[in-house]
Design a protein around this ligand. Sequence first.
Ligand SMILES: CC(C)(COP(=O)(O)OP(=O)(O)OC[C@H]1O[C@@H](n2cnc3c(N)ncnc32)[C@H](O)[C@@H]1OP(=O)(O)O)[C@@H](O)C(=O)NCCC(=O)NCCS
Length: 302
Amino acid sequence: MDSNIAIASSTFQYDLYYFKMDMAKVTELSIVRDKRVYDDVCLVTLSESSWIELYEEYAREPSKLLSRSELTSFSSFKSKRRKQSYLMGRLCAKTACVSLAFNEDDILLSSIEILKGVFEFPVVSHPQLSNIQVSISHVNGFACAIAYSERHPMSIDIECLDEKRCRTMGKKLEEDEIDCQESFCSVNKKRLSNFINTPTDLNSYFNLINWTAKESVSKVLRTGLMCPTRFYEVKACDFLPRESFKDIYDVFGLKEGTFVCVSMFKHFSQYKVISFLDTKLGNVISICLPKKTKLKKFNRPN
Ligand SMILES: CC(C)(COP(=O)(O)OP(=O)(O)OC[C@H]1O[C@@H](n2cnc3c(N)ncnc32)[C@H](O)[C@@H]1OP(=O)(O)O)[C@@H](O)C(=O)NCCC(=O)NCCS
């Protein structure tokens, strides 16, 4: 769903101008648990094509986006790469917060502050956003964030197809995960052959799915990868073909060439990860969420 956000305040409209120009994808979803809508979430993704333009715009005037303490962090970064990821990650996160919580209010993105918790996790601070949190991820020209209610923990992680990095990720697979990789690749080789050219790339995509699943669960737990990755071992990774899982493809408005996989953990059975493998952009985005949650399209009340 390449939807625009239905927010029409003058202050905010300026910030959202770029989003309305289709430079980012804003996906509003409802969480369904026990057959009823439990809460809403908002996912914002920003891809390479708009990254440079948006970065230049906000880097010229970072106070349009960042709070005073965020500006201090931003100025302390030496590398342009880190400045970019910080700014674009926060742009996605704040847009997601506003879309989720503010409907038609006047809100300056710079009034929302995303602080850092003791283990570096993001903490949203704004008088009107008492129980909204975000998860942020960025890599090589891509940024994404998800805003969710604190009572329903979620997280996000993105990685790009990069042969060397994928090989390193492959070396970190646990024994059972290697078996899982072999069966995943042999079962899906034919199905994905129009989109993924070589067996090496298919292996790499599996590694990306596995790695982003681990990073995303580590973010939900707020420990990050400060403990051995074996604790986050994935016990199953299932490919969901579009023919049989049309609903989930529709909910996220996924175009041809993007595929959905679901992973489960050996030790954290209360969570699952939905991964989006985008063969055109060459990346995987994984969202970790409670296992029994279902997602459906958000219907904005009139
Ligand atoms: C969290 C971690 C998995 C992130 O993965 P990554 O692929 O390197 O980076 P991503 O782009 O996907 O994610 C970065 C974002 O994750 C978030 N993050 C960082 N630490 C986090 C944590 N412990 N829990 C949840 N989210 C976290 C931040 O919002 C960060 O973006 P920002 O710095 O621009 O705000 C990884 O950095 C890690 O394990 N960090 C360990 C935490 C750490 O070293 N803490 C310092 C000492 S206490």
